[in-house]
Design a protein around this ligand. Structure first.
Ligand SMILES: NC(=O)c1ccc[n+]([C@@H]2O[C@H](COP(=O)([O-])OP(=O)(O)OC[C@H]3O[C@@H](n4cnc5c(N)ncnc54)[C@H](O)[C@@H]3O)[C@@H](O)[C@H]2O)c1
Length: 394
């Protein structure tokens, strides 16, 4: 990569923003400013980025202070993406935007149009494109050796622990404050389907909704909170079991096991899953007819023991099946091939995909390539399919 001294800003320094800061630092990038609404998050971000990095409560205040970054990463919650993206593009920055791009199609299209008008790089954090396992899946599906893709069956097994933590009790349980799950979680998967088919959608159909986590399905003798529930010990969705007995998904909690148990008496994560008032779907299927002729079915399901993605691709010359770790290619004529990524997928930062994403952004923003692998134009297509499916389901 050509050496560059791009001035970089990171807007939103929570979970994702801090990961990107760590990777930017590793890459020797010049992070001049961070912006986050939370003082504690800003302070943590400066500790990662280095003392010379300035911090601000918002992107607006950063720009008003006279800092004009050459490139910016936006990792705020999805409802804040569009305004800051437009502001930073207007100020002349190249952009890397967390997914989903924005929460309406009009906003997504406006960001893409402004990036084009200003001739700026605009990439989206669709990390699957940079993930060694998905890169292999893409290579096998598009190399031509097994013919043309006819259909794809893609399953997103959310995993019940992730589901209860993030999409029922957590912020994404309230789709009005965040976004529908198809957009917030599955836009990665829709992007994968667009990438695998190298095509655009001709038709989209969808069905789904919230079947189970409703007050009327709450078991007899269950309580509003797991900490005072008489049947908690046998409930597969128990918060006490998840956070206290198993000690999983506790990154957002402060203190030891006793403090976590105490916190569950009052915080959102101790609520009964049947009485959270969540609005998110618990399963959704989308069938997309692509202009290439391929048909893709995406099924997202909360009620799975495992947390993985399973993809089955039928081509005119064979089948490719990936279970999230191992890819098996079965040609209609010839020998079966196995590609085992079990060790790779266990590696941190999405198996190194986050690092490759950041390097791709730095490379493109430095003028070494015309666009990123996860470019906004392909992301617009996958977001368009998600928005179409969300309205088709209603
Ligand atoms: N690419 C991926 O694999 C992946 C994974 C998880 C989350 N995400 C996406 O990353 C984004 C951030 O998610 P997260 O998990 O880091 O959330 P987070 O809550 O940990 O971090 C968001 C940060 O933004 C700050 N913030 C909120 N509004 C702001 C504003 N207007 N200006 C400045 N700061 C503001 C918050 O204080 C917080 O520190 C979301 O869009 C999410 O969907 C992407």
């Amino acid at each position: 990569m050509k050496k560059s001294n791009l001035k970089i800003a990171v807007i939103g320094t929570g979970n994702r923003g801090c990961k990107y800061l760590t990777l930017l630092r590793e890459a020797g990038a010049n992070v001049v400013a961070v912006a986050d609404a939370s003082p504690a998050r800003r302070q943590k971000a400066v500790e990662i980025a280095g003392d010379s990095c300035l911090s601000f409560p918002s992107a607006t205040q950063m720009l008003e202070s006279g800092i004009t970054p050459d490139a910016a990463i936006i990792a705020t919650p999805e409802r804040a993406h569009a305004a800051d993206a437009m502001l930073l593009l207007d100020a002349g920055a190249h952009l890397l935007l967390e997914k989903p791009l924005a929460t309406t199609l009009a906003e997504c299209e406006a960001i893409a149009a402004l990036a084009k008008k200003r001739n700026r790089i605009a990439g989206v954090c669709h990390v699957l494109r940079y993930h060694p396992y998905f890169e292999k899946l893409h290579e096998l599906a598009t190399c031509g050796k097994y013919g043309q893709t006819v259909s794809i069956t893609h399953r997103i097994n959310v995993g019940i622990d992730r589901a209860c933590h993030t999409f029922v009790r957590g912020p994404w349980g309230d789709t009005a404050a965040t976004s529908p799950m198809l957009l917030s979680k599955c836009c990665h998967d829709m992007d994968l389907l667009v990438w695998l088919t190298a095509s655009t959608a001709a038709s989209v159909a969808s069905t789904g909704g919230r079947l189970f986590f409703r007050p009327e399905n709450a078991p007899l003798h269950s309580a509003d909170r797991c900490t005072s529930c008489s049947i908690e010990q046998t409930c597969p969705y128990s918060a006490v079991d998840l956070y206290v007995r198993r000690g999983e998904w506790t990154a957002g909690f402060d203190g030891d096991t006793d403090s976590i148990a105490e916190a569950l008496k009052n915080n959102p994560y101790g609520r009964c899953v049947f009485r959270c008032g969540n609005t998110t779907v618990d399963r959704q299927a989308v069938v997309t007819g692509f202009r290439s002729g391929a048909i893709a079915t995406l099924t997202m399901n909360l009620f799975t023991a495992t947390d993985n993605r399973d993809t089955h691709i039928c081509l005119t010359g064979g089948e490719i099946h990936g279970n999230g770790s191992v890819i098996t290619v079965t040609p209609l004529k010839g020998l079966q091939e196995i590609h085992d990524f079990t060790d790779t997928v266990a590696k941190p930062f999405h198996a190194g995909a986050d690092r490759r994403l950041i390097l791709d952004f730095l490379n493109a923003a430095s003028g070494n390539s015309a666009k990123m692998l996860a470019d906004i134009d392909s992301a617009i297509e996958s977001h368009r399919i998600c928005f179409a499916a969300i309205s088709a389901m209603r």
